[in-house]
Design a protein. Structure first.
Length: 371
């Protein structure tokens, strides 16, 4: 009886001593790129359901703040998360442009942060508190260039760059560097701006130049219209993109069958699950979200959460921000959704990329490209 009472008292004390720890999540839940934020949120929510508590019994509370994909709102969101919500870690922001706003703020306030899909190499530069769950643009650009040359035999390219997005400019630069080194020729760089609707002038230039491939590291809203208008103009070129087009609801919803044939580098494909956790996550995602396919943004959102939880579990005090930050950059072969994750001091994980293709309005896995 005494043993039972002791165990019962221990359980009560454990519950009483357990704390609630806040993780801020800065995502675009409204605005032009809301689709990406909503996909990422689904992945983070499911990861939280799978691991709602730390090893010591502390409960994790997610504090979502909408930045609308806007730089000024991103700064306000991060400051609110730190000053008002008292978060001890942050997931976000999502895109490279917004994550570049986050970086100096979390560095100043010593808040460990993981950006799910910000691939621009400047995001984590000289910042021990800023990390990411994704590969970086030098690798993604090289993957696209290698695939274009080796798999598509495409030696002449036109590059479409969104001049308002750091992601687009950075990835275009890395692709061009790798592509020309491998023997490819860039015929021209053409520029667009987020929010543009009419791409006929850009497409007419592409048609005149007659490249083997069009590399367009841009986001889905603009890509969907470019593909739709290209078909209307009778342009039958291979379009290759980066992970920014993987908002398939927007891409296919607008482009319809014009999206067929588009190929893009990405972080994940649910038909090529690399870990046991990955398979479990995919099954739970299908069950929770009515058999919806798992987008890479959801997978990387989940991995961002698991990276922070893993780091917290290694701290005697899981609210010790310096300890969390240190342990994030000592992540070694952590089993994640997108694969086994190792994060060095740079904050940039070493991970493979996949190539996907849109066929009959569905995503088809093409290949995995390792670092």
């Amino acid at each position: 009886m005494k043993k039972i009472l002791a165990l019962g008292l221990s359980a009560v004390l454990s519950i009483a001593l357990a704390k609630e720890i806040k993780i801020g999540v800065i995502l675009p839940m409204t605005g032009a790129i809301a689709g990406y934020g909503q996909m990422t949120k689904k992945g983070i929510d499911l990861a939280h359901e799978m691991q709602p508590k730390l090893a010591n019994g502390d409960t994790i509370k997610l504090v979502y703040i909408d930045n609308s994909g806007d730089k000024a709102q991103t700064a306000n969101s991060v400051n609110r998360a730190i000053a008002s919500e008292k978060v001890v870690a942050i997931i976000g922001a999502l895109t490279s442009s917004n994550s570049l706003v986050v970086a100096p703020i979390v560095k100043k306030n010593h808040i460990p942060t993981v950006a799910p899909v910000a691939t621009n190499k400047r995001v984590t530069r000289a910042n021990p508190y800023m990390n990411r769950a994704c590969f970086i643009d030098p690798f993604q650009g090289k993957v696209a260039a290698k695939f274009a040359i080796d798999n598509l035999d495409a030696k002449k390219a036109v590059i479409v760059i969104d001049k308002s997005q750091a992601y687009s400019a950075g990835l275009a630069k890395e692709f061009m560097k790798a592509y020309t080194k491998m023997g490819g020729k860039v015929l021209k760089r053409v520029f667009i701006t987020s929010g543009d609707k009419d791409f006929k002038a850009v497409l007419s230039t592409i048609k005149t130049l007659n490249p083997n491939i069009v590399y367009a590291p841009i986001y889905a809203p603009e890509m969907s219209l470019i593909l739709k208008q290209a078909k209307m103009l009778g342009i039958k070129k291979t379009f290759l993109a980066g992970d920014g087009v993987s908002d398939l609801k927007t891409l296919i919803g607008v482009a319809k069958d014009s999206a067929n044939g588009l190929m893009y580098s990405d972080h994940f494909n649910e038909t090529a699950t690399p870990t046991k956790l990955s398979k479990e996550f995919v099954n739970k995602y299908h069950s929770k979200y009515n058999n919806e396919s798992v987008p890479s943004f959801a997978a990387n959102g989940a991995d961002s959460y698991f990276i922070i939880i893993n780091a917290m579990n290694k701290c005697n005090n899981p609210q010790d921000k310096e300890c969390i930050a240190k342990n994030i950059t000592q992540t070694k072969k952590l089993e994640g959704v997108t694969g086994y994750i190792t994060i060095p001091m740079s904050g940039n994980p070493t991970k493979p990329a996949v190539i996907n293709e849109i066929q009959d309005s569905k995503v088809i896995y093409k290949a995995t490209i390792n670092p």
